[in-house]
Write a protein that binds this ligand. Structure first.
Ligand code: NAP
Length: 321
């Protein structure tokens, strides 16, 4: 029985691996190449306390980068930094809330003073929210948290660091967007997430056109499912996806090759379809949405938040599915 279960497990794992190789964005599997790209470089990773950000910080530090990590969970961040240091890497951790302007500005000042200009900035931090618009109307503080983490925070940080990158002779900015933006122009219940991620994406791609001449490259990763706490309780968690360590290798691919964007392979046609047939595509999504209900996790998180009474602090990523 046990043997049968193990065999079924490995067949599933093989099938998932094959699928990711076929449709997932490419991963950098060559550590020597990563080392050549990052050794001795100062790399800022936002949202490095969990998930893809943590795995990226570990991978790049293991290959010689001086990693500067930020997130709100200071204890967790310090733990990751200590582990990196104990295994011979260099990591610095700072508690920063991207939705707090003063926190971002003060961090950027410290970063420039203590570590100098960033060679590579990885905008990984993000906050997800799948919720109907009528429920959102009752939870306006979540809107501010979403905008800060996904849009204004990363913009403010970029603005604070860009001049020093230019002065330093160039650099690379990597942003983690979502495949949702790549595949659909819009999607019901994802208005805040797609709106904020999309806003930053368009902003950064516009900036890219200006800073190219200063030797600053910009890459956007339209990431598919990453098996992190962000989607742990969502229906998405049941679909094939990258582990955080695999997702970190997608980021490493971006860092070593510096493409303009990375997206799930072979999805160009779906993207084109979505743009050309935007109305019927939207109608299908609305129909599916009308037939589906809130997920149990989303329902529970919403009820929890509402029972805490008027406008409690913003939901955590895990709750906000
Ligand atoms: N998981 C997926 O399926 C998926 C799919 C497409 C795109 N993405 C994107 O991939 C990126 C990484 O997500 P993940 O899956 O690794 O999720 P995760 O495990 O929840 O990590 C998110 C990170 O962002 C940080 N963060 C959130 N709000 C912040 C704020 N206001 N200030 C500073 N840091 C903040 C979190 O740290 P603290 O809570 O400690 O602040 C955490 O380290 C995100 O940008 C996400 O939108 C994820």
């Amino acid at each position: 029985m046990m043997l049968l279960q193990n065999r079924r497990h490995s067949v599933n794992a093989l099938r998932e691996d094959l699928m990711l190789r076929l449709v997932g964005p490419p991963m950098e599997r060559d550590d020597a190449r990563i080392r050549r790209a990052v050794a001795g470089k100062t790399v800022l990773v936002t949202g490095a306390s969990f998930g893809q950000g943590e795995a990226t910080a570990r991978l790049l530090a293991r290959n010689g980068a001086v990693v500067v990590m930020i997130a709100r969970s200071v204890d967790r961040l310090a733990e990751v930094a200590d582990e990196i240091t104990a295994s011979g890497g260099i990591a610095h951790a700072y508690g920063v809330d991207l939705s707090d302007a003063a926190s971002v500005t003060s961090f950027a000042d410290s970063m420039l003073r203590l570590h100098g200009p960033a060679d590579i900035v990885i905008h990984n931090a993000g906050k997800s929210l799948r919720r109907s618009i009528y429920r959102s109307a009752q939870r306006i503080s979540d809107m501010d948290a979403m905008v800060g983490a996904n849009f204004t925070g990363p913009m403010r940080l970029t603005l604070a660091l860009l001049p020093s990158m230019k002065e330093n002779g160039g650099g690379h900015i990597v942003s983690i967007a979502t495949a949702g933006l790549w595949l659909t122009p819009a999607a019901p219940r994802w208005s805040f997430y797609l709106g904020c991620k999309g806003g930053f994406d368009v902003w950064l791609r516009s900036v890219a056109l200006e800073v190219k001449r200063d030797n600053i490259d910009v890459t956007t990763i339209y990431a598919g499912h990453i098996k992190s706490r962000m989607v742990a309780t969502d229906w998405v968690s049941k679909s094939p996806g990258h582990t955080p360590s695999q997702a970190a290798r997608v980021v490493a691919y971006a860092v070593t090759r510096r493409p303009r964007h990375l997206a799930p392979r072979g999805t160009g046609l779906i993207r084109l379809f979505g743009i050309v047939f935007e109305r019927p595509f939207g109608s299908v999504l609305s129909l599916v949405d009308r037939r589906s209900s809130e997920t149990a996790a989303s329902d529970a998180a919403f009820q929890r938040a509402m029972s805490k009474n008027s406008e409690p602090a913003a939901l955590t990523s895990t709750e906000a599915v």
